[in-house]
Unconditional design. Structure first.
Length: 471
């Protein structure tokens, strides 16, 4: 714990939905829901206007539509969100060399390590300046928490939402935490929270009063001890600048269970290609290929195959994933497929081939059986393994792959830039507007109109800068 509130936690406000509202003037101030639009889709983010109807993240999209039937429902545009995230992370990097990203829209910053804050006043100034810079640069708002520890800074940023700043004064931790729900503490999810409720503990002060021994008895040594310390406001975790990815994975949930074996194989190959694309974007290669299959009855199988060396070759990953699929019974139907690569390294398949060639030259061997990217002879094919340690990127729903998915950017040869409001029965409806324009007009075209084509996201803030697209 620090004596000064020099740990900052930033959490962008309703990030995906806010970015869509900033890009689309006609949606500002209106309920917006971003997520998978199929029957099995889930909500990724809901705007604050949609939350008033009870819509929230991870809710089934069908339930969200019942609660807010007049909201705008859009597919995620992850490339667009990443570009904004990069701008935000660059601003954080100007504050300190110690920035710990947690997701596209959330990060910890050690202000003391950056020399920008060493007391309450300087921390407040740094936090307010950051919020102004984010608004001016991206047109979006973020909430900031300041405290002497990561746990308290995150709690403070949650209290600051939306578009605010809360500082937790060191020394007041127990007083501030006492009346709050036990669910506010890291590691207390629905199951643990219910277990504690049955034991008569619903607030943080209840945990402190129960004592460490009782929490250890209920939750076990490690969890009980950790929870007791956190209930007292103790958290000594440092801000870690580099959080190495342990795996890269992608997955898709299908609107209708897949039964056709050829279709399932095609989807696995497609996922393998996407996974390798993300792997290469990170500058990594990996040794272990992981296949995830969730069947019609919600049972989930995970299979892996470990290669002789790391690879970022899409053919190698695709073939390995295909071999893993051969060992899985899919006759009852498949509702989700995923492909991942773990055992990451910072060098690529080409490096390994070069090393193999050098070894072959030294040995005077011009041939060889197999390659460094081939499977081990006694491989782990069909081996049950736990899910990859690193969480997969947000799931990209099937709707995101359709050409005219709601929310996607388009450009018309005559009317200019716009976005898809909806499509069906051979037609697509487009609203023509830009981030800095007034709400635009709506027009409908044939889906194969030669003058209409997919477009690129436009900057949320005018090129001359200074004024945000959204206040």
């Amino acid at each position: 714990m620090r004596a000064a509130p020099t740990i900052l936690h930033l959490d962008m406000d309703a990030f995906f939905a806010a970015a869509e509202q900033a890009a689309k003037p006609s949606l500002r101030g209106k309920p917006v829901v971003v997520g998978g639009l199929g029957p099995r889709g889930v909500v990724a983010t809901a705007s604050y206007e949609a939350r008033r109807f009870g819509v929230h993240s991870a809710m089934p999209m069908a339930q969200a539509r019942r609660l807010a039937p007049n909201a705008a429902y859009l597919v995620p545009r992850f490339g667009f969100y990443r570009s904004i995230s990069e701008q935000v992370m660059e601003l954080l990097g100007r504050l300190s060399p110690l920035v710990e990203p947690l997701s596209l829209d959330e990060a910890f910053v050690d202000l003391e390590a950056g020399g920008v804050a060493d007391d309450r006043a300087s921390a407040l100034e740094a936090g307010e300046r950051l919020r102004r810079d984010i608004l001016a640069t991206t047109g979006l708002t973020g909430s900031v928490g300041l405290a002497g520890s990561k746990m308290l800074a995150k709690i403070a940023s949650e209290e600051a939402k939306p578009d605010g700043l809360v500082l937790m004064e060191p020394g007041t931790e127990r007083e501030l935490l006492g009346p709050k729900s036990v669910r506010i503490l890291p590691g207390v999810g629905p199951a643990t929270g219910e277990h504690l409720r049955r034991a008569g503990m619903t607030t943080v002060s209840d945990l402190v009063e129960a004592g460490e021994d009782e929490l250890v008895r209920l939750l076990g040594r490690a969890h009980g001890t950790s929870l007791y310390r956190m209930a007292q406001g103790h958290d000594d975790r440092p801000v870690v600048a580099e959080r190495d990815a342990k795996s890269v994975s992608v997955e898709d949930t299908f609107d209708v269970d897949l039964h056709d074996r050829v279709r399932i194989r095609t989807e696995v190959e497609r996922l393998a290609e996407r996974c390798v694309g993300r792997l290469r974007a990170l500058g990594h290669s990996g040794r272990t290929i992981v296949l995830k299959v969730r069947r019609f009855d919600f049972s989930t199988l995970t299979r892996s195959e470990t290669l002789r060396g790391p690879t970022d070759d899409p053919l190698v990953v695709r073939e390995a994933a295909g071999r893993l699929l051969e060992g899985v019974d899919t006759t009852g139907g498949v509702r989700l497929l995923g492909v991942g690569v773990s055992g990451l390294a910072d060098y690529t398949q080409e490096d390994l081939f070069a090393q193999a060639a050098e070894r072959a030259e030294e040995a005077g061997d011009s041939g060889g059986s197999g390659g460094p990217g081939g499977p081990e002879g006694t491989g782990g094919v069909g081996e049950d393994v736990p899910a990859p340690a690193a969480a997969p990127e947000p799931e990209e729903p099937q709707a995101a792959e359709r050409r005219w998915a709601p929310g996607n950017d388009v450009r018309h040869a005559v009317y200019g830039a716009g976005w898809v409001q909806g499509s069906g029965v051979g037609r697509v409806t487009v609203r023509f507007e830009e981030p800095q324009s007034p709400p635009g007009r709506v027009r409908t075209f044939l889906v194969d109109d030669p003058e209409l084509e997919p477009g690129e996201p436009l900057p949320l803030v005018g090129r001359e800068g200074g004024e945000a697209a959204v206040a």
